[in-house]
Ligand binder design. Structure first.
Ligand SMILES: [Fe+2]
Length: 192
C-alpha cells in the first residue's frame, strides 16, 4: 500500500505497537530497525487520535515530562510521549538503546553530537556537534545505540514528541554529557 494511502487511514497506538513488534522481529540489525520504525512513527505522529490531554501534563522542575504509552513485558520496546516546556530541553544524552523520535506538536530542536574521545577515561567525554535539526510534526530523528542528542523547545508553546526505544530508557545504562566540564553522569528522567 502506498504511504500516501496508509497515511490517511486511522492508526491506533495498539496497531503501532503490533507493527513495531513485527518490524523489530524482522530486522537483522539496528539500521534495519530504524529504517522500519521511522515510517510507522511518522504515521502515528501525524494521526494524533491517541493524543490525550494528560500527555500535556508537564514538570516545571525538569522542563519536560515523559509519559509512558507502552512497554513490552520483556522490556524489548518502549513508547513515550514527551512534552517540553517553552525555552527548556534536555542536556546532551544517549539512550542505551536505539531511538526514533517523531515530532507531534510544535517543532523541537535536536542537536546531534559525535563523541571525540575513545570512552576509556571514566566519567569523561568530549563531544562535537555533528547535526542540528528542528523536527516539525511528522519529522524524524533516528539514533542507533550510542547516538547522542540534546533537545530544545525554542518555541513559545509546549511541544510534544513521540519517542520509541528498544528498551525503557530508565532501564538502560544511559548517560548525560556536560559539554563544559566534559563530564558524564547517569541520566534518569521523571516519567508521568
Ligand atoms: Fe533523547
Amino acid at each position: 500500500m502506498a504511504e500516501t494511502e496508509t497515511a490517511t487511514r486511522p492508526y491506533s497506538l495498539a496497531q503501532y505497537v503490533a507493527d513495531l513488534k513485527a518490524a523489530v522481529a524482522d530486522a537483522a540489525d539496528e539500521s534495519e530497525i530504524l529504517a522500519a520504525v521511522g515510517p510507522l512513527a511518522r504515521r502515528l505522529a501525524l494521526d494524533r487520535s491517541w493524543l490525550a490531554p494528560k500527555l500535556f501534563e508537564t514538570d516545571e522542575e525538569q522542563g519536560f515530562l515523559a509519559h509512558l504509552l507502552h512497554e513490552e513485558p520483556d522490556q524489548g520496546l518502549a513508547v513515550f510521549a514527551v512534552n517540553w516546556l517553552p525555552g527548556r530541553g534536555a542536556p546532551p544524552h544517549d539512550h542505551g538503546t536505539w531511538a526514533v523520535v517523531a515530532g507531534v506538536v510544535g517543532a523541537e530542536r535536536n542537536i546531534r553530537y559525535s563523541r571525540l574521545d575513545d570512552g576509556s577515561r571514566p566519567g569523561f567525554a568530549e563531544l562535537a556537534v555533528k547535526h542540528d535539526f528542528t523536527a516539525a510534526p511528522g519529522e524524524l530523528v533516528a539514533m542507533k545505540t550510542g547516538g547522542i542528542h540534546a533537545v530544545r523547545n525554542e518555541t513559545d508553546a509546549v511541544t510534544l514528541s513521540l519517542h520509541t526505544y528498544g528498551r525503557h530508557v530508565n532501564r538502560t545504562d544511559r548517560k548525560q554529557f556536560d559539554l563544559e566540564t566534559k563530564s558524564v553522569r547517569d541520566f534518569i528522567v521523571k516519567v508521568g
